[in-house]
Design a protein around this ligand. Structure first.
Ligand code: NOS
Ligand code: ZN
Length: 351
């Protein structure tokens, strides 16, 4: 990796926003050690280091489905409210360590009901952990509730309904995640109709493991206001124009996109082209542990491999603030923080 010392120091200091990060993909291995001990669950290794192969993908990961298999291991330890609360709190802590000022954490509450927890209890636990983190570290932290593609509507409809009920308590949006190639967006029109009707923001994982048709479907029929990944947008000029003309932000996650083989390598990663063609590109971690990611690392890799300038990185943070699911007062406060820091760091922002 090419390193530029000056820009590296500024990358760490730059205020950041993470709009796309999964709770269950961002658990610290050391926390699993403690939770396993407390919950009486046997582990395949007795050090944090030794647990990594069970929690992180390796470079030879071949697909999104292989990537998703990593989540089974960690979900075993996330079936109790205290565990969810703690992991949410620790995710805010991890974010604070690299100057994240705003984070939208997402999780699928139904994945945490294997031992009797209710969807509502899982949501409350995650919200409590985020609130504790926000109070302690000063990172504004909100929750996005996920429905999983492989789950039936009988499971997913109550998840969307619960998300809508917790709207004023810190749930800011709903999402669809999981196996995109196996379950196209068109199957979920009915599922998101209540969120649309309630004017609850919707973001959809689309154009990651399947083509641009899923992006069009997510926007036109599911009501997506933002897109998770959207890497494969370039495959269809018409869909590209829709995304551009409507200013729909892309939540791109470069390291994850390399690992799931959404693209074949950094040389053909379209993020910089999208940015230069006027799309509202944001940069996110997806899964801090599974992908071994931080925003600082994502930025450095984009500068090294795709030629992004630090000004372009800051531009994407500006897009993230604009795309955040917050009210206008909160947005203005975040923008002011970003602008102030950029002045101090000597990074020119677009007016
Ligand atoms: O990049 C991704 N694409 C699709 N699904 C994902 C990705 N990362 C995580 N999950 C899925 O979302 C669930 C809830 O957080 C995780 O358990 C995982 O199955
Ligand atoms: Zn994701």
């Amino acid at each position: 990796m090419v390193k530029n010392d000056t820009s590296d120091a500024r990358l760490l200091q730059l205020p950041k926003v993470d709009l796309h990060v999964h709770l269950d993909g961002s658990v610290k291995p050391a926390t699993v050690l403690e939770l396993a001990r407390r919950q009486g669950i046997a582990l395949p290794a007795d050090t944090a280091e030794g647990l990594l192969p069970y929690m992180q993908v390796s470079d030879d990961c071949e697909s999104l489905t292989e990537y998703l298999s990593k989540f089974q291991f960690v979900l075993r330890f996330m079936q109790q409210a205290e565990a969810i609360e703690r992991i949410a709190y620790e995710l805010v802590e991890q974010a604070a360590q690299e100057n994240v000022i705003y984070i939208e954490v997402r999780f699928g509450p139904h994945l945490h009901t294997q031992e009797g927890l209710l969807v509502e209890q899982a949501i409350e636990a995650a919200l409590a952990g985020l609130a504790r983190g926000e109070a302690e570290f000063g990172v504004v932290a909100r929750l996005i509730v996920i429905s999983m593609r492989h789950e039936s509507e009988v499971v997913n409809a109550p998840v969307v309904a619960a998300a809508i009920r917790y709207r004023d308590a810190g749930v800011v949006a709903v999402d669809l995640a999981g196996d995109e190639a196996g379950f196209p967006a068109s199957l979920f029109r009915g599922l998101f109709a209540p969120a649309k009707a309630a004017d609850m923001p919707i973001t959809i994982h689309a154009g990651e493991a399947a083509g641009a048709a899923n992006i069009e479907e997510a926007i036109e029929h599911l009501g997506a206001k933002r897109l998770g990944h959207g890497v494969r947008l370039k495959e269809d000029g018409e869909v590209f124009r829709i995304v551009k003309n409507r200013g729909i932000p892309l939540e791109m996650c470069p390291i994850s996109n390399m690992q799931t083989k959404a693209v074949s390598g950094w040389g053909v990663y379209p993020l910089r082209d999208y940015l230069r063609q006027g799309l509202k590109v944001t940069i996110n971690t997806d899964n801090r542990t599974v992908s071994d990611s931080t925003l600082t690392k994502e930025y450095a890799l984009l500068m090294a491999h795709c030629g992004l300038t630090i000004e372009e990185i800051a531009r994407t943070v500006q897009f993230s603030v604009e795309a955040a699911f917050v009210d206008e007062t909160a947005r203005a406060a975040l923008m002011a923080k970003l602008e102030q820091a950029c002045r101090e760091l000597g990074i020119a922002l677009q007016a």
